[in-house]
Design a protein around this ligand. Structure first.
Ligand code: ZN
Length: 118
């Protein structure tokens, strides 16, 4: 779990839990945009009007943010070994266009989000 406030995205593809083996819809916590515990689906526009906290900058063309999966929707197991529970969320013109398990091989990024193209 990330420290402080965050946003949540529903993973568009089901994932099979490493512990119980059940497949289900997982959610990932990330920090970009308003950090008011907003729950997004892929295809939705990020909210920048925040009540509690905000991270990042609006208006970049292409951004990737790293997030972490919440617990298994079936057995509630969480805290799996990295990088299984790391995800990468791609944001184009402030719209979430994908959320997938992290294959960067870099573990936790020092920067929680990166601008790929201004
Ligand atoms: Zn499970």
């Amino acid at each position: 779990m990330l420290m402080g406030m965050f946003s949540v995205v529903r993973m568009p593809e089901p994932l099979a839990c490493p512990k119980c083996g059940e497949s289900g819809t997982w959610k990932a916590q990330f920090k970009f945009g308003a950090l008011d515990l907003v729950e997004y689906r892929v295809g939705q526009r990020l909210d920048w009007d925040y009540a509690w906290d905000v991270e990042g900058e609006r208006g970049h063309h292409r951004v990737v943010a790293q997030g972490v999966l919440e617990g298994c929707p079936h057995c509630h197991a969480h805290g799996f070994e990295e990088p299984w529970d790391l995800v990468v969320i791609e944001i184009v013109d402030d719209v979430i266009v994908s959320a997938v398990q992290d294959t960067s091989g870099e573990g936790w990024w020092a920067d929680e989000w990166r601008v790929l193209k201004d």
